[in-house]
Design a protein. Structure first.
Lengths: 113, 116
């Protein structure tokens, strides 16, 4: 079974600054993707970024990037130039053999103006 | 692309009644859909995996006779909460994977169920 751990229940960042959200995982799958989703107050789950585990290069999507350390099973999310709209709950997720996702407990990000 | 809808967005029902929630993939076909449950300030918990044309696979502890899942087509899955009780009140979210995008799931906007 997959396990996903997010050790930061809450984080805050000043607008325009950079923040890193941490995530560690464990899976028995040999080929897998990892995901970060955000859930704003509307509660709509939005895909932020995904990383293919067999790729060494860290994924980047505009202001969002990951630091993927496969050996350490670490998958952190870096948000650069934080904006007020980035405020949300962020979930790290790891899929199982049937593509079902296991989510971490989430990190509530507050962006301070 | 990759839009998933859910209906209704919220529902209030009396204890003992049944409620059906629909999940549709609007612009892609989904052989597999997933149903999650989320309590306030908590993470998403997988309830079941819905496979088109076959029986759903339920997670441990989820009552299959209470939470009926039907995946009749490649774009529609339904979750029926039978004989609902106040403890079934929660936020229910579905997701679907787009063909060709390994493991990536796209989520519906969720359904808030309140059982009186």
């Amino acid at each position: 079974a997959q396990t996903v751990t997010q050790s930061q229940p809450e984080m805050s960042v000043q607008e325009a600054e950079t923040v890193t959200l941490s995530c560690t995982y464990d899976t028995s799958e040999s080929d897998y993707y990892l995901f970060w989703y955000k859930q704003p107050p509307s509660r709509q789950m939005i895909l932020v970024i995904r990383q293919e585990a067999y790729k060494q290069q860290n994924a980047t999507e505009n202001r969002f990037s990951v630091n993927f350390q496969k050996a350490a099973k670490s998958f952190s999310l870096k948000i650069s130039d934080s904006q007020l709209g980035d405020a949300a709950m962020y979930f790290c997720a790891c899929p199982g053999s049937a593509r079902q996702l296991t989510f971490g407990s989430g990190t509530q990000l507050t962006v301070l103006p | 692309g990759a839009v998933v809808s859910q209906h209704p967005s919220w529902v209030i029902c009396k204890s003992g009644t049944s409620v059906k929630i629909e999940c549709r993939s609007l612009d892609f076909q989904a052989t597999t859909m997933f149903w999650y449950r989320q309590f306030p300030k908590q993470s998403l918990m997988l309830m079941a995996t819905s496979n088109e044309g076959s029986k759903a696979t339920y997670e441990q502890g989820v009552e299959k006779d209470k939470f009926l899942i039907n995946h009749a087509s490649l774009t529609l899955s339904t979750l029926t909460v039978t004989s609902a009780h106040p403890e079934d009140s929660s936020f229910y979210i579905c997701s679907a994977g787009a063909s060709g995008e390994t493991d990536t799931q796209y989520f519906g906007p969720g359904t808030r169920l309140t059982v009186l």
